[in-house]
Design a binder for this molecule. Sequence first.
Ligand code: SAM
Length: 290
Amino acid sequence: MADCGMLYLVATPIGNLEDMTFRAIRVLKEADLIAAEDTRGSIRLLNHFDIHTPMTSYHEYNKVAKAKTLVDRMLAGQTVACVTDAGTPGISDPGEVLVQMAMEAGIQVVPVPGACAAVNALISSGQATRRFCFEAFLPSEKKERDAVLEELKEETRTIVLYEAPHRLEKTLQILLDTLGDRSLSICRELTKKHEEIFRTTIAGALDLYHEQEPRGEYVLVIAGRDRRELIASRQEAVRSELTLEEHMRRYQESGMDRKEAMKAVAKDRGITKREVYAQLLEGDSSEDGQ
Ligand code: SAM
Protein backbone atom coordinates (compact mmCIF):
# COMPACT_ATOMS: atom_id res chain seq x y z
CA MET A 1 0.00 0.00 0.00
CA ALA A 2 3.09 2.24 0.28
CA ASP A 3 2.72 3.77 -3.20
CA CYS A 4 -1.05 4.09 -3.02
CA GLY A 5 -2.45 7.56 -3.75
CA MET A 6 -4.69 9.59 -1.48
CA LEU A 7 -8.09 11.21 -1.56
CA TYR A 8 -8.31 14.86 -0.56
CA LEU A 9 -11.71 16.38 0.15
CA VAL A 10 -11.19 20.00 -0.67
CA ALA A 11 -13.69 22.60 0.52
CA THR A 12 -14.23 25.49 -1.89
CA PRO A 13 -15.99 28.84 -1.39
CA ILE A 14 -19.80 29.02 -1.19
CA GLY A 15 -19.83 32.39 -2.91
CA ASN A 16 -16.88 34.50 -1.91
CA LEU A 17 -13.61 33.53 -3.60
CA GLU A 18 -11.66 35.02 -0.71
CA ASP A 19 -12.76 32.02 1.32
CA MET A 20 -10.51 29.72 -0.68
CA THR A 21 -7.70 28.56 1.59
CA PHE A 22 -3.96 28.49 0.79
CA ARG A 23 -3.96 24.79 1.50
CA ALA A 24 -6.88 24.12 -0.86
CA ILE A 25 -5.00 25.87 -3.67
CA ARG A 26 -1.81 23.92 -3.01
CA VAL A 27 -3.58 20.54 -2.76
CA LEU A 28 -5.51 21.18 -5.98
CA LYS A 29 -2.32 22.18 -7.77
CA GLU A 30 -0.40 19.14 -6.55
CA ALA A 31 -3.13 16.52 -7.12
CA ASP A 32 -2.93 14.26 -10.18
CA LEU A 33 -6.63 14.65 -10.81
CA ILE A 34 -9.52 16.78 -9.59
CA ALA A 35 -12.89 15.04 -9.35
CA ALA A 36 -15.43 17.84 -9.63
CA GLU A 37 -19.20 17.74 -9.21
CA ASP A 38 -19.67 20.53 -11.71
CA THR A 39 -16.67 20.80 -14.02
CA ARG A 40 -18.02 23.93 -15.72
CA GLY A 41 -18.42 25.73 -12.40
CA SER A 42 -15.10 24.49 -11.05
CA ILE A 43 -13.13 25.57 -14.12
CA ARG A 44 -13.83 29.20 -13.20
CA LEU A 45 -12.47 28.59 -9.73
CA LEU A 46 -9.41 26.77 -11.03
CA ASN A 47 -8.67 29.48 -13.58
CA HIS A 48 -9.01 32.16 -10.94
CA PHE A 49 -6.37 30.44 -8.80
CA ASP A 50 -4.17 29.45 -11.72
CA ILE A 51 -4.67 25.73 -11.13
CA HIS A 52 -4.07 23.53 -14.17
CA THR A 53 -4.65 20.03 -12.79
CA PRO A 54 -6.72 17.77 -15.07
CA MET A 55 -10.35 17.51 -14.06
CA THR A 56 -12.96 14.78 -14.37
CA SER A 57 -16.64 14.88 -13.54
CA TYR A 58 -17.94 13.13 -10.47
CA HIS A 59 -21.60 13.81 -9.76
CA GLU A 60 -24.82 12.38 -8.38
CA TYR A 61 -25.62 10.46 -11.57
CA ASN A 62 -22.26 8.73 -12.09
CA LYS A 63 -21.13 8.61 -8.47
CA VAL A 64 -20.91 4.84 -8.01
CA ALA A 65 -19.32 3.90 -11.33
CA LYS A 66 -17.02 6.92 -11.26
CA ALA A 67 -15.99 6.33 -7.67
CA LYS A 68 -14.79 2.85 -8.73
CA THR A 69 -12.63 4.37 -11.49
CA LEU A 70 -11.25 6.98 -9.11
CA VAL A 71 -10.47 4.35 -6.48
CA ASP A 72 -8.58 2.32 -9.11
CA ARG A 73 -6.53 5.37 -10.00
CA MET A 74 -5.69 6.04 -6.36
CA LEU A 75 -4.76 2.38 -5.86
CA ALA A 76 -2.41 2.81 -8.82
CA GLY A 77 -0.69 5.68 -6.98
CA GLN A 78 -2.54 8.80 -8.12
CA THR A 79 -3.73 11.50 -5.75
CA VAL A 80 -7.30 12.64 -6.30
CA ALA A 81 -8.78 15.88 -4.96
CA CYS A 82 -12.55 15.94 -4.75
CA VAL A 83 -14.35 19.29 -5.02
CA THR A 84 -18.08 19.76 -5.21
CA ASP A 85 -20.28 22.46 -6.62
CA ALA A 86 -19.45 24.66 -3.64
CA GLY A 87 -18.57 24.21 0.00
CA THR A 88 -17.49 21.07 1.75
CA PRO A 89 -17.53 17.79 -0.16
CA GLY A 90 -19.75 15.18 1.45
CA ILE A 91 -22.21 17.69 2.90
CA SER A 92 -25.36 17.13 0.90
CA ASP A 93 -23.47 16.20 -2.25
CA PRO A 94 -22.00 13.01 -3.78
CA GLY A 95 -18.68 13.18 -1.89
CA GLU A 96 -19.95 10.63 0.64
CA VAL A 97 -19.92 7.66 -1.75
CA LEU A 98 -16.38 8.31 -2.92
CA VAL A 99 -15.14 8.50 0.67
CA GLN A 100 -16.82 5.23 1.60
CA MET A 101 -15.39 3.40 -1.41
CA ALA A 102 -11.92 4.87 -0.92
CA MET A 103 -11.90 3.82 2.74
CA GLU A 104 -13.06 0.32 1.87
CA ALA A 105 -10.10 0.10 -0.53
CA GLY A 106 -7.73 1.22 2.27
CA ILE A 107 -7.00 4.61 0.72
CA GLN A 108 -6.11 7.46 3.05
CA VAL A 109 -8.79 10.19 3.10
CA VAL A 110 -7.71 13.71 4.03
CA PRO A 111 -10.11 16.62 4.66
CA VAL A 112 -9.06 20.10 3.58
CA PRO A 113 -11.47 22.30 5.57
CA GLY A 114 -13.18 25.45 4.38
CA ALA A 115 -16.61 26.91 3.74
CA CYS A 116 -19.78 25.00 4.53
CA ALA A 117 -23.19 26.67 4.27
CA ALA A 118 -24.73 24.66 7.13
CA VAL A 119 -22.03 25.48 9.67
CA ASN A 120 -21.85 29.15 8.75
CA ALA A 121 -25.62 29.50 8.87
CA LEU A 122 -25.72 27.84 12.26
CA ILE A 123 -23.02 29.97 13.85
CA SER A 124 -24.56 33.22 12.63
CA SER A 125 -28.19 32.23 13.25
CA GLY A 126 -28.57 33.34 16.84
CA GLN A 127 -30.07 29.91 17.59
CA ALA A 128 -28.54 27.50 20.10
CA THR A 129 -25.32 26.12 18.63
CA ARG A 130 -24.21 23.64 21.30
CA ARG A 131 -26.32 20.81 19.90
CA PHE A 132 -27.68 20.69 16.38
CA CYS A 133 -28.79 18.28 13.70
CA PHE A 134 -28.41 18.70 9.98
CA GLU A 135 -31.14 17.33 7.75
CA ALA A 136 -29.87 18.75 4.43
CA PHE A 137 -32.89 19.05 2.07
CA LEU A 138 -36.20 17.64 3.26
CA PRO A 139 -37.11 14.72 0.95
CA SER A 140 -39.36 15.73 -1.94
CA GLU A 141 -41.30 12.47 -1.75
CA LYS A 142 -44.18 12.92 0.70
CA LYS A 143 -43.97 9.64 2.58
CA GLU A 144 -40.26 9.98 3.18
CA ARG A 145 -40.66 13.65 4.12
CA ASP A 146 -43.43 12.86 6.60
CA ALA A 147 -41.20 10.28 8.28
CA VAL A 148 -38.39 12.83 8.67
CA LEU A 149 -40.79 15.48 9.95
CA GLU A 150 -42.25 13.06 12.46
CA GLU A 151 -38.78 12.66 13.94
CA LEU A 152 -38.12 16.39 13.83
CA LYS A 153 -41.29 17.16 15.80
CA GLU A 154 -39.61 16.02 18.99
CA GLU A 155 -36.08 17.10 18.09
CA THR A 156 -34.59 19.18 20.90
CA ARG A 157 -31.42 20.13 18.99
CA THR A 158 -31.30 23.10 16.64
CA ILE A 159 -32.34 21.93 13.17
CA VAL A 160 -30.42 23.00 10.07
CA LEU A 161 -32.06 22.57 6.66
CA TYR A 162 -31.06 23.45 3.12
CA GLU A 163 -33.73 24.66 0.71
CA ALA A 164 -33.98 25.85 -2.86
CA PRO A 165 -35.74 29.19 -3.43
CA HIS A 166 -38.55 27.74 -5.55
CA ARG A 167 -39.52 25.31 -2.78
CA LEU A 168 -39.00 27.65 0.15
CA GLU A 169 -42.61 28.75 0.65
CA LYS A 170 -43.98 25.23 0.42
CA THR A 171 -41.36 23.96 2.86
CA LEU A 172 -42.09 26.74 5.34
CA GLN A 173 -45.79 25.88 5.20
CA ILE A 174 -45.03 22.19 5.80
CA LEU A 175 -42.75 23.09 8.70
CA LEU A 176 -45.41 25.31 10.23
CA ASP A 177 -48.05 22.60 9.90
CA THR A 178 -45.88 19.89 11.47
CA LEU A 179 -43.53 21.59 13.93
CA GLY A 180 -45.76 24.51 14.83
CA ASP A 181 -44.49 28.06 14.86
CA ARG A 182 -40.91 28.23 16.05
CA SER A 183 -38.02 30.63 16.10
CA LEU A 184 -36.35 30.46 12.70
CA SER A 185 -33.25 32.07 11.25
CA ILE A 186 -33.11 32.56 7.52
CA CYS A 187 -29.55 32.59 6.22
CA ARG A 188 -29.49 33.62 2.62
CA GLU A 189 -26.69 34.06 0.08
CA LEU A 190 -24.01 33.56 2.72
CA THR A 191 -20.65 35.16 1.94
CA LYS A 192 -22.13 36.83 -1.17
CA LYS A 193 -23.01 40.42 -1.96
CA HIS A 194 -26.64 40.03 -0.93
CA GLU A 195 -25.98 38.03 2.21
CA GLU A 196 -28.83 38.25 4.67
CA ILE A 197 -29.25 36.66 8.08
CA PHE A 198 -32.38 37.38 10.01
CA ARG A 199 -34.26 35.87 12.87
CA THR A 200 -37.99 35.51 12.64
CA THR A 201 -40.48 32.69 13.13
CA ILE A 202 -41.70 30.12 10.62
CA ALA A 203 -45.01 32.01 10.31
CA GLY A 204 -43.16 35.33 10.03
CA ALA A 205 -41.03 34.00 7.18
CA LEU A 206 -44.12 32.68 5.41
CA ASP A 207 -45.76 36.12 5.60
CA LEU A 208 -42.62 37.67 4.18
CA TYR A 209 -42.33 35.25 1.25
CA HIS A 210 -46.02 35.63 0.41
CA GLU A 211 -45.07 39.20 -0.40
CA GLN A 212 -41.63 38.83 -1.90
CA GLU A 213 -40.31 36.06 -4.08
CA PRO A 214 -37.46 34.06 -2.51
CA ARG A 215 -34.20 34.41 -4.43
CA GLY A 216 -30.77 32.89 -3.96
CA GLU A 217 -29.53 30.10 -1.74
CA TYR A 218 -31.04 29.43 1.66
CA VAL A 219 -30.26 27.70 4.89
CA LEU A 220 -33.00 27.46 7.51
CA VAL A 221 -31.97 27.22 11.14
CA ILE A 222 -34.89 26.24 13.34
CA ALA A 223 -35.06 26.19 17.13
CA GLY A 224 -35.31 22.69 18.57
CA ARG A 225 -38.12 21.85 20.91
CA ASP A 226 -37.71 22.87 24.55
CA ARG A 227 -36.69 19.69 26.38
CA ARG A 228 -38.62 20.43 29.59
CA GLU A 229 -41.73 21.31 27.66
CA LEU A 230 -41.36 18.12 25.59
CA ILE A 231 -41.08 15.94 28.72
CA ALA A 232 -44.05 17.73 30.31
CA SER A 233 -46.19 17.17 27.22
CA ARG A 234 -45.25 13.46 27.10
CA GLN A 235 -46.20 13.13 30.77
CA GLU A 236 -49.45 14.94 30.13
CA ALA A 237 -50.22 12.54 27.27
CA VAL A 238 -49.53 9.49 29.47
CA ARG A 239 -51.74 10.89 32.24
CA SER A 240 -54.63 11.40 29.88
CA GLU A 241 -54.23 8.02 28.14
CA LEU A 242 -53.92 5.75 31.16
CA THR A 243 -55.30 5.78 34.67
CA LEU A 244 -52.73 5.23 37.37
CA GLU A 245 -53.99 1.69 37.97
CA GLU A 246 -53.81 0.83 34.26
CA HIS A 247 -50.33 2.27 34.09
CA MET A 248 -49.19 0.21 37.12
CA ARG A 249 -50.78 -2.90 35.68
CA ARG A 250 -48.98 -2.45 32.38
CA TYR A 251 -45.58 -2.39 34.05
CA GLN A 252 -46.40 -5.22 36.45
CA GLU A 253 -47.64 -7.38 33.59
CA SER A 254 -44.34 -6.77 31.81
CA GLY A 255 -42.54 -8.36 34.78
CA MET A 256 -41.75 -5.48 37.15
CA ASP A 257 -42.43 -5.83 40.84
CA ARG A 258 -44.69 -3.27 42.52
CA LYS A 259 -41.84 -1.07 43.72
CA GLU A 260 -40.18 -0.90 40.31
CA ALA A 261 -43.51 -0.25 38.62
CA MET A 262 -44.24 2.64 41.01
CA LYS A 263 -40.88 4.18 40.22
CA ALA A 264 -41.42 3.89 36.45
CA VAL A 265 -44.99 5.17 36.67
CA ALA A 266 -43.89 8.18 38.75
CA LYS A 267 -41.26 9.05 36.13
CA ASP A 268 -43.63 8.62 33.16
CA ARG A 269 -46.34 10.77 34.77
CA GLY A 270 -44.05 13.45 36.18
CA ILE A 271 -45.14 12.88 39.77
CA THR A 272 -43.33 11.60 42.86
CA LYS A 273 -43.36 8.00 44.06
CA ARG A 274 -45.05 9.27 47.20
CA GLU A 275 -47.87 10.68 45.06
CA VAL A 276 -48.20 7.38 43.20
CA TYR A 277 -48.44 5.59 46.50
CA ALA A 278 -50.99 8.00 47.92
CA GLN A 279 -53.15 7.85 44.82
CA LEU A 280 -53.04 4.07 44.73
CA LEU A 281 -54.15 4.06 48.34
CA GLU A 282 -56.97 6.42 47.56
CA GLY A 283 -57.86 4.19 44.63
CA ASP A 284 -58.53 7.37 42.75
CA SER A 285 -56.25 8.11 39.83
CA SER A 286 -58.41 10.85 38.41
CA GLU A 287 -56.37 13.64 39.94
CA ASP A 288 -52.87 12.25 39.59
CA GLY A 289 -50.30 14.71 38.38
CA GLN A 290 -52.26 17.64 39.73
N1 SAM B 1 -21.58 21.03 0.10
C1 SAM B 1 -22.25 22.30 0.29
C2 SAM B 1 -21.86 22.90 1.65
O1 SAM B 1 -20.83 22.55 2.17
O2 SAM B 1 -22.59 23.76 2.14
C3 SAM B 1 -23.76 22.19 0.14
C4 SAM B 1 -24.22 21.67 -1.17
S1 SAM B 1 -25.94 21.61 -1.32
C5 SAM B 1 -26.08 20.72 -2.81
C6 SAM B 1 -26.41 23.22 -1.85
C7 SAM B 1 -27.27 23.93 -0.81
O3 SAM B 1 -26.45 24.51 0.19
C8 SAM B 1 -28.04 25.11 -1.37
O4 SAM B 1 -29.27 24.72 -1.96
C9 SAM B 1 -28.29 25.97 -0.15
O5 SAM B 1 -29.36 25.45 0.62
C10 SAM B 1 -26.98 25.73 0.61
N2 SAM B 1 -26.02 26.80 0.26
C11 SAM B 1 -24.93 26.67 -0.52
N3 SAM B 1 -24.29 27.87 -0.62
C12 SAM B 1 -25.01 28.74 0.10
C13 SAM B 1 -24.88 30.13 0.41
N4 SAM B 1 -23.89 30.85 -0.09
N5 SAM B 1 -25.80 30.70 1.20
C14 SAM B 1 -26.82 29.99 1.71
N6 SAM B 1 -27.01 28.68 1.46
C15 SAM B 1 -26.11 28.07 0.67
